[in-house]
Design a protein around this ligand. Structure first.
Ligand code: DLL
Length: 445
């Protein structure tokens, strides 16, 4: 069958993708075998795991089945920080071919390591991820995730090359050049954060470039939360099919999970990453369908095995099989983290709820920011929203009406009334990577 990217080339069969369709009993057996090996490796080579397993009276050979994973202790970001930089490595440095790091909220980053085998596994899951989005040999992939210590750039790069596609390693930033390249190089797929793609959409319009008229057909967006309404907006404005990709440095980087064309949840590459969902407060395992914190165990990672890593990302495993036929379980898209919750006048607020409310109101742009201040000891929340140029040139009355509509929509979702400020287009700082949605001025005020 000819492809959109190249009318003469048949799509290349990707043998790696066979793992997406393993019969569940075969997949469970594979997971069980890999789990035993990784737990043994962790206990043998990493002091923290050895001590933790001993503390809970567990010998590495003491697991009787996959369900016993729930008996193992959790690993947290604090463990990575406390053992900075190399304390959780399970391979000697001369077997480690790559280091990445992720900046934390406090001073030092956390460091993650890969053996050659780990890089190969990472490449293979990214190849599968791109294949699920319908990409193949012949596609031209503009990789606008940042290259460097962040895993986005190199993760997507190796995956796209492994797929046999043409990679443009443009990294993030220099938006005018991004648009020139997208247009002149015949780009068929783009990888970046959804917020950066929104910025590109705006800039393309200013430069009189209509993305709908370009060959661009697929966007692989992730590294930050985004909503279904944001997806609709991106797809309607550009004609691009937008896929949600998930991952985190501690576990491997991008390529832990990806949406299929059904766009109803992200398939987890379960042959390498074993998912559990737990109650964020009690740590108790939750049944499928119930929302909680995602906990991941790496089943094959050599340099830095992660056993029951608390991701802080909130999701639920989706029961039932996906109509696409893949046997890999799905999780709901990550809309929030358990640690990005704000408490405003006693009400729990997540930035993604604000985004969902804003996007329901016509005349706004998907650029917003939440400003937190403290007044007389009480936390105050202001939502700044950019409005479209047409709306901004409207009469004051129209703007006031819009302001009221937004405040109503936000109140409807959050249950509290917050201050809304409409701002001119381009007032809110654009991100070239992960968007900063919350500006916290509470300490200073
Ligand atoms: O963001 C890896 C990545 C790169 C994923 C490119 C997808 C695409 P970190 O910088 O370590 O790694 O940040 C990981 O980002 O725990 C989530 O909170 C958030 N995150 C990542 N992907 C998504 C997504 C990369 N699709 C943290 N939806 C994770 C929501 C996401 N949040």
């Amino acid at each position: 069958m000819p492809t959109a990217a190249n009318p003469t080339l048949p799509p290349v069969f990707q043998p790696q993708s066979a793992a997406d369709y393993l019969p569940p009993p075969v997949l469970r057996q594979l997971q069980w075998e890999r789990l035993q090996a990784i737990v043994a490796r962790a206990a043998e080579r990493v002091a923290l795991y050895r001590t933790r397993f001993q503390e809970c009276g567990l010998s590495p050979g003491g697991l009787a089945g996959l369900a016993d994973l729930a008996r193992l202790p959790f690993t947290t970001k604090a463990d990575l920080r406390d053992t900075y930089p190399f304390g959780l490595f399970a391979s000697p440095m001369d077997e480690i071919v790559r280091l990445h790091a992720s900046s934390g909220t406090t001073g030092k980053p956390i460091v993650v390591a890969y053996t050659q085998q780990d890089v190969d596994v990472w490449t293979s899951v990214m190849v599968r991820a791109f294949a699920i989005c319908g990409l193949h040999h012949g596609d031209i992939v503009q990789n606008a995730y940042g290259y460097g210590l962040f895993t986005g750039g190199l993760g997507a790069h190796y995956g796209a090359e492994g797929l046999g596609a043409t990679v443009i390693p443009i990294s993030g930033g220099n938006t005018d050049r991004q648009i020139m390249v997208m247009k002149d190089f015949g780009v068929t797929a783009i990888c970046c954060t959804p917020s950066y793609f929104l910025h590109m959409i705006d800039r393309a319009a200013e430069l009189d470039v209509d993305i709908r008229e370009l060959p661009l057909r697929v966007g692989v967006f992730g590294a930050e939360p985004w909503t279904g309404s944001m997806r609709k907006r991106i797809e309607n404005l550009t004609g691009v099919q937008a896929f949600d990709i998930y991952g985190l440095s501690e576990v491997i980087g991008p390529g832990v999970a990806i949406e299929c064309p059904e766009q109803n949840g992200l398939h987890i590459f379960e042959d390498h990453f074993y998912p559990e969902v737990v109650d964020p407060e009690t740590g108790q395992l939750l049944p499928e369908g119930q929302e909680g914190e995602l906990v991941l165990t790496t089943l094959s990672k050599q340099a830095m095995p992660m056993i029951r890593y608390r991701t802080r990302d909130i999701t639920a495993l989706i029961p039932g099989q996906c109509p696409c036929g893949r046997s890999l379980r799905r999780m709901k898209r990550i809309s929030r983290r358990s640690d990005d919750m704000l408490i405003i006048r006693g009400v729990n607020v997540f930035p993604s709820q604000v985004e969902a409310a804003l996007l329901e109101v016509e005349g706004t742009l998907p650029h917003y920011q939440i400003i937190l201040t403290r007044f007389h000891g009480l936390d105050q929340m202001e939502v700044q929203v950019e409005v479209t140029p047409e709306t901004f040139s409207d009469k004051i009355g129209a703007l006031e009406e819009l302001n009221g509509k937004i405040a109503d929509a936000v109140e409807h979702v959050l249950g509290i009334r917050v201050e809304v400020t409409l701002v001119e287009p381009h007032t809110i700082q654009r991100s070239e990577g992960k968007a900063k949605r919350v500006i916290d001025r509470r300490v200073q005020s």
